[in-house]
Design a binder for this molecule. Sequence first.
Ligand code: B12
Ligand code: SF4
Ligand code: SF4
Length: 354
Amino acid sequence: MLESENPSDDLKSSIRATVRSLGFDAVGFARTAGEPQDARNLAAYLAEGRHGDMGWMATTAERRADPRSLWPEAKTAIVLGLNYGPDVNPLALGNRSDRGAISVYAQGQDYHTVMKKRLKVLGRWLTANHGGEVKVFVDTAPIMEKPLAMRAGLGWIGKHTNLVSREFGSWLFLGEVLTTLDIAPDASETDRCGTCRRCMDACPTGALPEPYRIDPRRCISYLTIEHKQAIESDLQAKMGNRIYGCDDCLAVCPWNKFAVPTSHAALRSRPNLAEPTLAGLALLDDSNFRELFAGTAVKRTGRDRMLRNVAIALGNSARPSLNDIIKALATDSSELVRDSAHEALRDRQEQHLE
Ligand code: B12
Ligand code: SF4
Ligand code: SF4
């Protein structure tokens, strides 16, 4: 059949052209109906308490597993990807124990803002030109974005549980425009992990004990960003200098050989967040914290949780010159920071670093 004979194909070409002009790097179309397997996987994850402190995952479970229960009239999900590929290998910073490692995704402008702005323009264009109703989503909405993106052909869910793209490797942010328009779905992508298990072997805390199943309670991303209390001692030692998120399982994926640095200036690493000194971060008060991380995803932890992470990273550094800085944190106004600093000092005494 000629392309123009199918109105859905014309509509798709028109959407794809607009998506490109808005600067999105990837797009695909999927039915909104969720797969029963996703609901089962989510239920098993919640039943085991893997969500830890992320109580919102349990309270939104029903809507999360099937976008139709969020919005029954929605027929099609247009799934969008933004490439945030780094210029340098993020693993290189792991060897610099006087520096704090902020994960790639958080070193530039908050991707929620960058993505949402574009999704809204696309949604408005779609209703104005092709009718229907739209709603836009990114990350925080109760939708399982990775299975949806896999069904839309953007990539597959790798053994580290993130979506891997043949074109962009590990570095793709996801967002969606849900519409009442009935658009033909794209072909789903297939799993291309094969016998590889590099991501599982690279995980410093053993948060990937089985393929495709993460235990967030051991994941450094969860511990540094979502977990609000003190972090267990055995996990602290494995965090190294990671103070916000973690990229290890993403960075070792062989599919990154196809990845390219992001073309979005807003998502590029800010120079002062690429390799900040732990000594400098330890001095942050509330107002300096907000100033340094303005407009980034990092502000989400707030100053005290960030300083807890900094105290742990200082404790993990074998540099005796950092002792006085840890001692200063041991008198911090926040109990969380004080407790983490005391623990760091105890560890250093045991290792005769003090
Ligand atoms: C909660 C959450 C987290 C939690 C938990 C992660 C998780 N995997 O559940 C924590 C805080 C740990 C986290 C960390 C990160 N996150 Co996050 N996170 C989310 C969020 C909000 C929900 C994920 C979810 O639904 N989990 C529920 C569980 C059940 O799903 P799952 O673990 O993905 O499991 C799937 C498969 O692995 C498989 N599966 C599960 N069990 C089993 C069992 C068997 C036997 C089999 C075969 C399969 C299987 O099926 C599930 C789907 O059906 C999404 C946004 C969204 N709304 O979807 C972002 C999202 C997944 N995160 C994202 C990012 C970037 C990250 C980090 C890279 C950030 C960082 N650098 O620190 C890390 C990566 C850590 C990792 N290895 O996953 C991106 C990922 C983009 C991409 N290309 O995939 C998302 C999509 C946000 C976005 N809009 O871009 N995240
Ligand atoms: S983000 Fe880090 S801690 Fe979490 S699963 Fe990946 S390698 Fe492990
Ligand atoms: S590192 Fe290997 S196993 Fe892990 S996601 Fe990439 S290809 Fe799959």
